[in-house]
Write a protein that binds this ligand. Structure first.
Ligand SMILES: CC(C)(COP(=O)(O)OP(=O)(O)OC[C@H]1O[C@@H](n2cnc3c(N)ncnc32)[C@H](O)[C@@H]1OP(=O)(O)O)[C@@H](O)C(=O)NCCC(=O)NCCSC(=O)Cc1ccccc1
Length: 216
């Protein structure tokens, strides 16, 4: 089974222009998220900032899309994962990761997790670690031409993942019929912090739509 879905740039000619408009907004909002946690200004400054944010929100909500970006672009046969919470360039809660991949399914990303992702003091929340590893496992199977949904995700937290600069790596381990196993690891300054394995399956409904025989 080899399935390739259209890549953003090739099938989405307006993407660069739209990204130039929206990316800076998300970057500003990301810094805002960080400062909601880290700022130490006085109460008067906080209230003034709140009024500024409310003014920006009033501008942005003048026009709201009818459905999410994922759904809208899927209907047009394209992909624009800009709302994705790990890689989405329009999503302020995404670090965001820039993921590099090759056709064998090896993927890697160097990224930064700041104070907004803190779980235990000084450490990245374990759910965030799982989120990031799940995402890059998905990239690995997709890059290898075997995209799918996570069926089972297994995580082993070896040591705490410190906030700051991090690296995530993933690769395809094996495949059997419609199932693909991929492995991933999170790496901090002291080495591997978490190892993950995912079983990815292209849902039956999609297999049937694409005319893919089960088990091949
Ligand atoms: C699609 C599936 C997982 C499986 O359904 P169907 O296609 O109907 O399965 P079918 O019954 O045809 O069995 C076929 C074979 O598979 C086996 N098998 C079955 N289930 C499991 C299992 N759970 N785990 C392991 N194996 C399982 C089953 O035994 C059989 O094996 P066999 O051939 O006999 O050896 C469905 O339950 C589902 O949609 N779950 C929700 C998934 C979801 O929401 N995930 C989170 C969102 S994704 C995300 O966020 C990450 C991401 C980020 C970026 C990019 C990409 C991804």
């Amino acid at each position: 089974m080899t399935v390739h879905f259209p890549e953003d740039a090739a099938s989405d000619p307006g993407a660069a222009e739209d990204a130039a408009t929206w990316r800076p907004l998300a970057e500003a909002a990301r810094e805002l998220v960080d400062l909601c946690v880290m700022s130490d200004v006085d109460a008067e400054e906080v209230r003034a900032a709140q009024a500024d944010i409310e003014a920006a929100v009033a501008r942005l909500r003048k026009v709201r899309r009818a459905q999410t970006m994922g759904m809208e672009y899927l209907a047009a046969g394209r992909r624009r994962p800009w709302g994705n919470p790990v890689i989405g360039l329009r999503n302020p809660i995404a670090p965001p990761l820039v993921v590099h991949s090759d056709p064998s399914g090896r993927v890697e990303s160097d990224f930064h997790c700041g104070a907004a992702y803190e779980g235990p003091p000084g450490l990245v929340h374990g759910g965030m670690v799982a989120l990031i590893l799940d995402q890059i496992l998905g990239h690995a199977v997709g890059a290898a031409g075997r995209p799918g949904m996570t069926g089972t995700l297994t995580l082993v937290y070896r040591r705490g993942t410190p906030l700051g600069d991090l690296r995530a790596e993933a690769w395809v381990d094996r495949e059997d019929g419609v199932k693909t196993w991929a492995k991933a690891r999170m790496i901090g300054p002291q080495g591997v912090t978490c190892e993950a394995e995912g079983v990815f399956i292209l849902p039956r409904a999609v297999r049937e739509r694409l005319g893919l025989p089960d088990g091949n």
